[in-house]
Design a protein around this ligand. Structure first.
Ligand code: PEP
Length: 256
């Protein structure tokens, strides 16, 4: 048993065609037993264009999977061509929404103010943020990773209440480990996840901090997940590349 129910979330990024997306969802679901899915929460995070089909599968076949989106607009509605609102995602049955992924921060120039607005939008529409934070390689090499991550956390959670934050999921994703095959050591992951929990305890309360799930993300694979998950402050994984292979992803979800 775990202090917090682990979450294994698969971020497919901009991958798979529609047929492959449906097949992957089905294959992941049938690869895991109800007992396994009771122990570990498993989420798929497909592109927006697959969400309706994933919803139909999960609802229709009563799959014990949850799902979410990779981003949302900070706005409720209006003249924001190409954007997707929190209410649209809520209507599609999304549980989670990834916010502040390093690829959004880098390629879409999302700063901490935008990330904070998106966290607020998620709560407004009943979605649970998977808030991504993490340092780039130069920051790590200068040993600035802990203050960098706690500063990102503070900024993302500006004016977020204790009641709201209690349900949040934080993902510590060192940028140098994403999609590079360079996994952080279990000790590296633990150091930052523990610092995040301490910061949450200071900002809110130890009780709230102890209930919040903190994931590690960055080249998680079936072969390295167990060592990372053995760390006391790591409560799951945000999996990119390995999440589009059903067998690999299901094996990761069976880590206990
Ligand atoms: C991610 O995109 O969140 C991620 C962790 O990717 P990967 O597992 O491919 O490093």
């Amino acid at each position: 048993t775990f202090e917090r129910r682990p979450l294994i979330a698969g971020n497919w990024k901009m991958n798979l065609n529609h047929l492959e997306a449906i097949a992957l969802t089905q294959k992941v679901a049938i690869s895991l037993t109800e007992e396994q899915l009771a122990l570990v929460e498993v989420a798929v995070i497909p592109p927006f264009t697959d969400l309706r089909s994933v919803q139909t599968l999960v609802d229709g076949d009563k799959l014990h999977l949850v799902y979410g989106a990779q981003d949302l607009s900070p706005h409720d509605s209006g003249a924001y061509t190409g954007d997707i609102s929190g209410s649209m995602l809520a209507k599609l049955g999304c549980t989670y929404v990834v916010i502040g992924h390093s690829e959004r921060r880098e390629y879409h120039h999302e700063d901490d103010t935008v990330v904070n607005a998106k966290v607020k939008a998620a709560y407004k529409h009943g979605l649970t943020p998977i808030l991504c934070i993490g340092e780039r390689l130069d920051v790590r090499e200068a040993a600035g990773h802990v203050p960098h991550c706690t500063a990102q956390l503070d900024a993302a959670l500006a004016k977020i209440s204790a009641e709201q934050v209690a349900s949040i999921v934080i993902a510590y994703e060192p940028v140098w480990a994403i999609g590079t095959g360079k996994v952080a050591t279990p000790e590296d992951a633990q150091e930052v996840c523990a610092a995040i929990r301490t910061r949450l305890a200071e900002k809110y309360s130890p009780e709230i901090a102890n209930g919040i799930r903190i994931l590690y993300g960055g080249s998680v694979k079936a072969k390295n997940v167990a060592a990372i998950m053995a760390q006391p402050d790591v409560d799951g994984a945000l999996v990119g590349g390995a999440s589009t292979d059903a067998d690999e992803f299901a094996t990761i979800a069976r880590f206990p």
